[in-house]
Design a protein around this ligand. Structure first.
Ligand code: PMP
Length: 361
């Protein structure tokens, strides 16, 4: 207890982001970034933005980006809220829709920012265990007191829930907000956007960090009813009027307008994911059926912690979550074909050495 800190700072257990390894020449498969660069149109737009008047504040209410996203998703601009990465959008959503008196629900194995936000904002929560096959327990998530949040596809499993299951959770939680974090939906599965016309209690969050290769610019957004977006704006405008800088705004618009590049790069990642899945299986790994840009894998003999370390020593970064329920698994982001080839070369050596009880490790 630090007596100069607020009660909030004292009780906070910060989220641990994956290693960024700045300056290290490595194959980086640990934070679900896109291995391809952003659309060439983003670079052109950024050149122009750099010669614009950076002296001035950006738009507090980024109308053009809202409209561009609204056209892309076939909703209205009033149904779009933009934030500094979807992490910020999620933080605002926790403040706008969840209360300190009614517990919310989220899966036990899920994005670890949810318990962090709940603790920060004093929101009580219950973690719902996944089913045996790692899918969401739809029944249990349908009975919340204070609302629900889950990613679809889930992270770090990569498993996508069918729209029917998502709809059931939304329908049975009438009067409470259900946040569907669609950070990875472009890589597989059906979006819940179609539910917006029938249900008032849905909020969908999205990011440009993964499928649009813009993690470095921090752009996230939410799609919901006009009233939900209004609530998010009330929170944002009581916190920071200008959460999105001018360069991010310009790049975001250019990215959304280049649909062809977006589709091509997403397809390339899906192809590499399916190929990688086969290779993992061929060397004895269990691989969950991922609809995201990563695979969650387990080797029956090699402890995941050890494998993480072995690969780290070969300058290959993958993610290991040191929690009892995920301790035996590794999350591997899908890189380019070349990166995956180099990754598997090292993995083959590691598995071979371990299963032959080599003393190399
Ligand atoms: N949701 C999930 C499930 C994620 O994995 C991530 C990435 N760490 C985010 C949200 C946040 O993404 P960003 O803040 O980069 O938009």
């Amino acid at each position: 207890m630090n007596e100069l800190w607020s009660e909030m700072a004292n009780r906070t257990e910060p989220y641990q982001p994956g290693e960024q390894a700045t300056g290290l020449d490595c194959i980086k498969l640990n934070t679900n970034e896109n291995p391809y660069p952003p659309s060439p149109r983003v670079f052109e737009a950024l050149q122009q933005a750099l010669s614009s008047d950076l002296r001035k504040y950006p738009e507090a209410d980024p109308q053009e980006l809202r409209q561009t996203l609204a056209d892309f998703h076939e909703v209205t601009a009033e149904q779009i809220f933009i934030g500094n990465g979807s992490d910020e959008v999620l933080a605002f959503a926790f403040m706008a829709f969840f209360s300190t008196s009614k517990p919310i629900l989220f899966p036990k194995i899920t994005y670890s920012f949810y318990p962090t936000y709940a603790a920060l904002f004093n929101i009580p929560y219950t973690c719902v265990p996944l089913c045996k096959n790692f899918t969401l327990d739809v029944e249990a998530l349908s009975k919340s007191e204070g609302g629900v949040i889950f990613p679809n596809p889930n992270a770090p499993t990569g498993i996508v829930s069918p729209l029917q299951s998502v709809e059931r959770i939304v329908k049975e939680n009438q009067g409470r907000v259900v946040i569907i974090d669609e950070a990875y939906i472009d890589f597989g599965g059906q979006s819940a956007i179609s539910l917006l016309s029938s249900f008032e209690n849905v909020l969908i969050t999205r990011t440009m960090s993964k499928s649009r290769s813009l993690a470095g610019l921090r752009i996230g957004y939410a799609i919901g009813s006009v009233s939900m977006i209004d609530a998010l704006n009330r929170i944002k405008n009581s916190f920071n009027s200008y959460t999105i800088d001018q360069l991010a705004l310009t790049a975001g618009i250019a990215s959304v307008k280049d649909e062809e590049y977006f589709k091509d790069t997403v397809q390339a990642i899906i192809r590499t994911r399916e190929q990688s899945k086969k290779v993992f299986k061929s060397i004895g790994f269990t691989v969950l059926p991922s609809a995201a840009n990563f695979l969650f894998v387990h080797h029956p003999e090699i402890p995941a912690r050890q494998l993480h370390k072995i690969l780290r020593n070969k300058q290959i970064l993958v993610r290991h979550f040191q929690k009892p329920e995920t301790e035996e698994w590794l999350r591997v982001t899908i890189g380019t074909d070349k990166e995956m080839e180099l990754f598997f070369q090292q993995l083959f050596v590691a598995v071979d050495a371990w299963t032959n009880k080599s003393t190399a490790y």
